[in-house]
Design a protein. Structure first.
Length: 49
């Protein structure tokens, strides 16, 4: 994504007073009221035989 997208998203979250926390802790995610999930594509293709 272009850097401008991230800058605008950050400004929007700040304006709405939304705090983001980056975590992989599954227990912390389960206890959260809500969360945003992002997925990073794999660099190697998945081969189905």
């Amino acid at each position: 994504m272009p850097e401008l997208f991230y800058e605008r998203m950050e400004a929007m979250f700040k304006e709405l007073e939304i705090e983001l926390e980056d975590t992989d802790d599954k227990e912390k995610i389960k206890e959260a009221e809500n969360f945003v999930a992002t997925f990073t594509p794999q660099k190697e293709p998945i081969i189905i035989e």
